[in-house]
Write a protein that binds this ligand. Structure first.
Ligand SMILES: Nc1ncnc2c1ncn2[C@@H]1O[C@H](COP(=O)(O)OP(=O)(O)OP(=O)(O)O)[C@@H](O)[C@H]1O
Length: 205
């Protein structure tokens, strides 16, 4: 796998976010350089999804600063074309097959080898199944395969292994490791322990 062409980093300094006017997370500090990943821990409702949304630029920090650097360009907002955000909810179209969903995504977002992406998530056996009929774990794999169709240096993943079996967790772990070894950065909210190679940010309720 070839390295990403652009160097990316993200720094948070005392960043915090609210939801519906209520303080959710405060005092977030970290920095991620190319090749580094971070795991978000914390009980349900502690703000992991909210933080990922803030990093993706979907909600504003109410205090502190986020600083993205992509190929030397500095910005407080997530760089367009530099971030892949995997939310909680499956984003597939139920009437299209797994493969058609990925082709559609590739068309809209400019490129990618759908066959290779399906293979990488061990999805050959369900490529012709309509997404509405996929199991939750199969759908999650299709969701993740989208990341392989676009060259985004930052991955923000909200519970990528939810509903995924043990073999699937290893598959996804490898995708994330490969992404990091290409020089990408990743922030992953998950209850699975990603191990020592990842920075850790633990949120309290
Ligand atoms: N759109 C929203 N509007 C108002 N409040 C919200 C919204 N989304 C989340 N919240 C609230 O923000 C808090 C943090 O929720 P969030 O989903 O970020 O937590 P989480 O750590 O990701 O939880 P889980 O582990 O259950 O996914 C919760 O109290 C939740 O009710």
């Amino acid at each position: 796998m070839s390295p990403y062409r652009r160097a990316i980093s993200l720094t948070a300094a005392d960043a915090g976010c609210d939801r519906a006017g209520a303080a959710i997370v405060r005092g977030v500090n970290f920095s991620l350089a190319p090749g580094e990943g971070m795991q978000l821990f914390g009980p349900n409702g502690s703000g992991k999804s909210s933080l990922l949304s803030m990093f993706a630029g979907l909600i504003r920090p109410v205090e502190g600063v986020l600083e993205w650097r992509l190929d030397g360009a500095v910005s407080n907002a997530a760089p367009a074309g530099g971030v892949f955000f995997l939310g909680h909810d499956a984003s597939v179209k139920p009437a299209l097959t797994a493969e058609e969903n990925l082709r559609f995504w590739a068309q809209v977002n400019g490129g990618g080898d759908v066959g290779a992406a399906l293979k990488a998530v061990d999805g050959a056996s369900f490529r012709h199944l309509r997404a509405g009929r996929l199991s939750a774990g199969q759908r999650r794999r299709v969701d993740l395969a989208r990341a392989l169709l676009v060259d985004r240096e930052a991955w923000l993943l909200d519970e990528p292994t939810a509903a995924i079996d043990r073999d699937g967790v290893a598959v996804i772990r490898k995708l994330i490791d490969d992404h990091l070894s290409r020089g990408g950065i990743a922030i992953v909210a998950t209850h699975d322990d990603l191990g020592d190679g990842f920075k850790r940010l633990e949120l309290a309720r």
